[in-house]
Design a protein around this ligand. Structure first.
Ligand code: ATP
Ligand code: MG
Ligand code: MG
Ligand code: MG
Length: 576
């Protein structure tokens, strides 16, 4: 691909409502464009990433014996009434009417349609097992679409559904999918964990989520570093001994103290040695009102380096409490919150919050928080778990870091993750509800044993970015980069030698099957490099007159700080 024939649209700044790195970087790198809440156009650059994700998923699904089909996005309500989900599913299910006032839904998932297909097409045990999958548009009217593709309303999911004769066969199908998922996530080149998830009413242990590890993840993962034990928090809690922990009794008390608004000001106010400040403690959560709406407060307690303006160090432009500033020891955090650094159970707030603490810290008095309004600080801030709202109590967590692992292998740790895949043994839930049966060997009709298996195709790139980025932009793993390599010629217009070398290298790399882009836009080197660092292409080759005189070009991996010289003659075998 040549840049002049492609569409590149980078931005210096991201819109201020983009709260997390992946959302900001996807907008800035020109991967996506917002059309409405949770609804995005996948721009050409972003679509290349999505297509690569799809290709990996497709290859591994095919290799595992799944069969691709495509089911309708718009589905008649009758099928959804058969399982009761048309009524039960609530507002996440988008219901629409046609011109005859007939009800339809926009698929959030497709158990009903695939079960309907199976009851018509799979008549005999001889046709089993079968696993059908699609890579298709889904719509979920999420209560809070946010973080760009991470929680969209319209998004792409790979969804697969297995049909088996009996429970044993269904569990074998499930295991085959779980194994395929491991291969898929290995190929993405991301750090992930497969964690046990709650399989709800169906029971059994046959539900696993595939979580990409990232500090901004919405899910909490409990794991033991000394064994294979890993579960999402809900599952870990279901196994934990019942009963809430003794909670510290200090309520949330805030005393406004008008003052000055930079971290440096606050440090001075507290007599804090700035040199010892560390970026070590993050405590974040959303504030939600009785109607479950985000009312705009995002509370952040941060220990930050240096002289950030407290009114600027925030995410998005949500009003409300913003920052705290203080050092604490591990023992102090334990005493104060009843938990260890690493994870902090909710302190009377709607969602779990996270504490990442450094060990080397100094002692100070009570919290000082900066508010979003200038010159409005709070001192004497204490955090307690006993806020009055009764519905918040349900959120108090039963599993804390340092608890013994259920398998006895050691202590538990907690980290954040992004759910990118989910495998689930369904049993006969849908087949019974829809009377979907096949004739077994004994000539009797039996309900199918089913499983369902999802991957968030468009969430995956967002998760990849959360895990892999720096201040300059995205750092793609090779497997899903929009382009694997980019050639940046310097002064191509002026120098026939540069043009010729760049064009030749481009043709040769292409012939080798490298997904390479030649940046022939004639941009200045600075602008060109900034673009590709933002877009995150992992391998960059620079061709310039100076180097060419010595028969050299430059190579730089996106993770490296500096370019290294490469003999032009050896470039091809090396780059390959
Ligand atoms: P979440 O817990 O994040 O709401 P889910 O458990 O509701 O996800 P599943 O029904 O298990 O999602 O769907 C399979 C996969 O589809 C998920 O693992 C996730 O990767 C993806 N997915 C679900 N909801 C969204 C969404 N709103 N935007 C993007 N991807 C999504
Ligand atoms: Mg959901
Ligand atoms: Mg989930
Ligand atoms: Mg799920």
């Amino acid at each position: 691909m040549k840049a002049s024939q492609f569409f590149i649209s980078t931005l210096k700044e991201a819109p201020t409502d983009a709260e997390v790195a992946s959302h900001r970087l996807m907008l800035r790198a020109g991967l996506i464009k917002k059309l409405g809440a949770g609804i995005y156009t996948y721009l050409p650059m972003g679509l290349r990433v999505i297509r690569k994700v799809e290709r990996i998923v497709r290859e591994e699904m095919d290799a595992a014996g799944a069969i691709e089909l495509t089911m309708p996005v718009v589905q008649p309500a009758e099928l959804w009434q058969e399982t009761g989900r048309f009524e039960k599913m609530g507002p996440e299910l988008l219901r629409i009417k046609d011109r005859h006032e007939r009800d339809f839904v926009v698929q959030p998932t497709s158990e009903e349609v695939v079960t309907d297909l199976a009851r018509q097409e799979l008549r005999s045990y001889k046709q089993l097992p079968k696993n059908f999958y699609q890579i298709q548009t889904k719509f979920r009217d999420e209560r809070r679409p946010r973080f760009g593709l991470m929680r969209g309303r319209e998004f792409t999911m790979k969804d697969a559904y297995s049909f088996d004769r009996d429970r044993d066969a269904a569990q074998a199908s499930y295991q085959a999918m779980a194994a395929a998922y491991r291969r898929i996530f290995e190929r993405f080149g991301l750090r992930y964990r497969a964690v046990a998830a709650d399989s709800g009413a169906i029971g059994g242990d046959l539900s696993e989520e595939f979580q990409v590890i990232a500090a901004t993840g919405e899910d909490a993962i409990v794991y033991c570093p000394h064994s294979d034990y890993a579960a999402n928090l809900e599952k870990a809690e279901a196994l934990a001994p019942a009963g809430p922990r003794p909670a510290p009794s200090q309520p949330l008390t805030l005393t406004p103290t008008p003052g000055r608004s930079t971290c440096a000001d606050v440090a001075e106010l507290l007599g804090l040695p700035l040199a010892r400040t560390v970026k070590s403690l993050v405590l974040a959560t959303d504030e939600i009102n009785e109607r479950d709406e985000l009312v705009g407060s995002r509370i952040w307690l941060l220990l930050l380096r240096g002289d950030h303006d407290m009114n600027e160090v925030k995410v998005g432009k949500l009003p409300g409490l913003n920052l705290g500033y203080r050092f604490a020891t591990e023992a102090e955090i334990m005493a104060h919150f009843g938990t260890r650094p690493g994870y902090l159970g909710p302190i009377g707030l709607k969602r779990p919050v996270q504490v990442l603490a450094d060990r080397e810290v100094a002692l100070m008095a009570d919290w000082v928080c900066g508010a979003n309004q200038a010159d409005h600080h709070l001192t004497g801030v204490n955090w307690g778990r006993d806020l009055p709202e009764p519905d918040l109590v349900a959120d108090i967590r039963n599993v804390l870091p340092g608890d013994p692992s259920p398998d006895g292998a050691g202590e538990l740790l907690i980290e954040r993750g992004i759910e990118v895949g989910h495998v689930f043994y369904l049993g006969t839930k849908y087949s019974r509800a829809m009377n979907a049966t096949f004739l077994d060997e004994d000539g009797k009709p039996k309900p199918f044993e089913m499983g369902c298996y999802g991957i968030g195709i468009t969430r995956l790139p967002a998760a990849a970015i959360e895990q892999n980025h720096d201040e300059r932009g995205i750092i793609w793993p090779d497997a899903i980069a929009p382009f694997t390599a980019v050639i940046c010629p310097i002064g191509m217009e002026r120098s026939p030698a540069v043009r010729e070398a760049a064009e030749r290298l481009y043709a040769e790399l292409k012939a080798l099957g490298v997904d390479v882009l030649l940046d022939d836009r004639g941009e200045r080197p600075g602008a060109m490099f900034a673009d590709w660092e933002l877009i995150g292409v992992p391998h960059r080759i620079t061709v310039g007159d100076k180097g060419l005189k010595d028969g050299q070009i430059e190579y730089q991996h996106r993770r490296e700080a500096q370019a290294s010289k490469l003999e032009l003659a050896q470039a091809l075998p090396w780059l390959r």
